[in-house]
Design a binder for this molecule. Structure first.
Ligand SMILES: [Zn+2]
Length: 485
C-alpha cells in the first residue's frame, strides 16, 4: 500500500515537473524586432531643451505666486525656436497658458492623435540648493546630459514632441490623420489646464485614437537578470482620495489625564489602519508584466515561475511586494500623511485629526476605501470624512490590443533595440487622466531611461534619451497613417 502511495506521488511529481518544463520551453522570451539606427540629434534640439529649462515656469500651490512672465516667455520661445510649427499648426491658448496645436491631417475620416506633456515644473527647495551640482535653472549641457529642473519632468516630453514634429515638417511630411499637440501649464498643481483642454476638444467633437503622455519610461538596470531594456507603458491610473479622521473628547489639564484622550484614540485608529492592508490582486495587465519580463530573465527559476503563473502566482506576488512600487501595483494603498492636535505642552487637547491618503486600484472606489477604513478602525468615536479637491476614481484600463498601445510598441521596436514593452499601472496622477473622458487609447510613456532627479536634486536627462525621444516621436508620426487593427 505504502509503496503504491510513493509510486503515485513520484509519478505526480514527475508529471508536474514535466508540465512546468514544457510550459517554460514553450513560452519563448519576448521577440526581438529589427530596429533602425537613431537619426542624429541636431545640436539645435540640445540647445532648445537647455533654453526651455532656463525659463522658470514654476507651478506654486499658491497660484498668485506664479510668474506669468515666464509662462509668456516660454510661449514666445516655442514660436521662435520652431518656425515650421509656427507656420503650419494652428494654436489655441486655454486658461491663458495651456496650449493646443492642431496639425491638420489629409484624411478627415481617421481619428486624430494627441501628443501631450506639460511645461510647468515643481519648485526647487531652497534648503537643497547647495546639493545641486549645477544651478537648477541653468540648463547646463555636459558631454552626456542636459541638467536642470524640468529636464525629465516634463520639458523633455515637450521638446521631443516639438523637435519631432518640426523635423517631419522640414522633410515636407503631411500626416494622414490630424495630430494635436497639447501642453498643460499646471500639471504639477491641479491640471486645470488639461481638464479645460479636454472640454475644448469635447466641444470640437475630438475623439482621439491615441493620447500619448508622460508616465512610463525605459528601464535598463532596475531588473536583475534581465539584460534587455524594459519599456514600462502606463495603461491605467490609480484613483486618488483623502480622508480626514477626527476625534473629539473632553480635554483637560495634563497633570490629571483621563485613561484615554483624543490623541490616544486617534493613535490607536491609525495603528489599526496600518496593520490592515487592502487585499492584493494581480490584474491581467500585471500578469502580462510579470510574464513578459520573467520569460526574458537569465535566471532559469524565474523563467519557470513566469511561464507557470497558474502555480507560482503567490511567489510572484510576494517578490513584487518586496518593493514599495511593486506592492503599490497590487493593491489600494492607504497611509496617514498629516496629524494635527494640541496647542500647549500642559493641555490635553479636545480634538485630534489626521489625514490619510489613498491610491485606489481599478475596480475599487472611494466608497469601498472608506468602508475598509471603517472596518479596520472599528471605533465609532473616530469620524471619517472624505476631503480634498483632487479626488478621482481609478481610470479605465487601455487595452493591450488597442491601436494606441500597439503604436507605442511599434515605435519602441524601431528605436530601442531588444526592448520589451510591458503594461503598467500608473501610481501617480498625470494630466492624461482627464483625456480618458474623450479617448480609450490613453498611454503613458516616453523613452527616457531610469529618470534621474525627478522632483528632486540634480534632475537631468541624457543626450541619448533626447535623441531617442525625438526619434520615437518621428516614428509615431511616420506611422500615423498605418492602421493597427
Ligand atoms: Zn510630470
Amino acid at each position: 500500500m505504502i509503496k503504491r502511495i510513493f509510486l503515485f506521488l513520484g509519478a505526480a511529481i514527475l508529471l508536474l515537473v514535466a508540465i512546468l518544463l514544457i510550459n517554460t520551453f514553450r513560452k519563448k522570451p519576448w521577440p526581438v524586432y529589427s530596429s533602425q539606427a537613431l537619426p542624429p540629434l541636431p545640436d539645435s534640439a540640445v540647445l532648445h531643451l537647455s533654453q526651455a529649462v532656463q525659463i522658470p515656469t514654476i507651478s506654486f500651490t499658491d497660484s498668485t505666486a506664479v510668474d506669468t512672465i515666464s509662462f509668456r516667455a516660454f510661449n514666445s520661445f516655442i514660436e521662435r525656436a520652431y518656425p515650421f510649427i509656427t507656420e503650419h499648426l494652428s494654436k489655441t491658448f486655454i486658461r491663458e497658458f495651456s496650449i493646443v496645436m492642431e496639425w491638420k491631417g489629409q484624411n478627415a475620416s481617421l481619428a486624430p492623435f494627441i501628443l501631450m506633456s506639460h511645461y510647468d515644473v515643481v519648485p526647487v527647495e531652497e534648503s537643497a540648493l547647495d546639493k545641486w551640482t549645477v544651478s537648477p535653472f541653468s540648463g547646463k549641457i555636459t558631454d552626456s546630459c542636459i541638467w536642470g529642473r524640468g529636464t525629465t519632468d516634463d520639458k523633455f516630453g515637450v521638446i521631443s514632441i516639438l523637435e519631432g514634429v518640426e523635423a517631419m515638417l522640414r522633410k515636407g511630411f503631411s500626416p494622414q490623420r490630424t495630430i494635436y499637440l497639447c501642453f498643460g501649464h499646471d500639471e504639477e498643481i491641479s491640471g486645470r489646464g488639461a481638464s479645460a483642454i479636454v472640454e475644448y476638444l469635447k466641444q470640437k467633437n475630438v475623439h482621439p485614437e491615441m493620447v500619448l503622455d508622460e508616465g512610463g519610461q525605459l528601464s535598463e538596470s532596475r531588473i536583475k537578470d534581465v539584460k534587455r531594456p524594459i519599456a514600462v507603458i502606463g495603461v491605467a491610473e490609480k484613483g486618488y482620495v483623502s480622508f480626514e479622521l477626527s476625534v473629539e473628547k473632553e480635554g483637560g489639564h495634563s497633570s490629571m489625564p483621563a485613561k484615554e484622550t483624543a490623541i490616544d484614540i486617534l493613535n490607536k485608529a491609525l495603528y489599526h489602519l496600518r496593520e490592515k492592508v487592502p487585499p492584493s490582486k494581480m490584474t491581467p495587465e500585471l500578469q502580462e508584466f510579470v510574464e513578459r519580463i520573467g520569460t526574458a530573465s537569465d535566471n532559469f527559476i524565474n523563467r519557470v515561475a513566469a511561464s507557470n503563473l497558474w502555480l507560482f502566482k503567490p511567489i510572484a506576488k510576494s517578490k513584487l511586494a518586496a518593493e514599495p512600487e511593486g506592492d503599490a501595483m497590487m493593491h489600494t494603498t492607504i497611509v496617514p500623511t498629516i496629524i494635527e492636535s494640541g496647542i500647549k505642552d500642559n493641555v490635553i487637547p479636545t480634538n485630534a485629526h489626521a489625514i490619510v491618503n489613498s491610491r485606489i486600484m481599478p475596480g475599487e472606489t472611494a466608497a469601498t476605501v472608506e468602508e475598509f477604513i471603517r472596518n479596520a478602525i472599528k471605533d465609532e468615536r473616530v469620524k471619517i470624512k472624505q476631503v480634498g479637491n483632487y479626488n478621482s476614481d481609478p481610470s479605465p484600463v487601455t487595452s493591450l490590443q488597442s491601436s494606441a498601445f500597439r503604436r507605442v510598441e511599434s515605435a519602441l521596436y524601431k528605436n530601442v533595440p531588444k526592448v520589451i514593452p510591458v503594461p503598467y499601472l500608473g501610481i501617480g496622477a498625470t494630466d492624461s487622466r482627464h483625456y480618458r473622458a474623450i479617448s480609450d487609447g490613453v498611454v503613458n510613456f516616453f523613452p527616457m531611461t531610469d529618470a534621474r532627479g525627478y522632483h528632486g536634486i540634480n534632475e537631468r536627462i541624457s543626450l541619448l534619451d533626447l535623441q531617442r525621444g525625438v526619434a520615437f516621436i518621428m516614428t509615431i508620426i511616420e506611422e500615423s497613417g498605418t492602421e493597427f487593427k
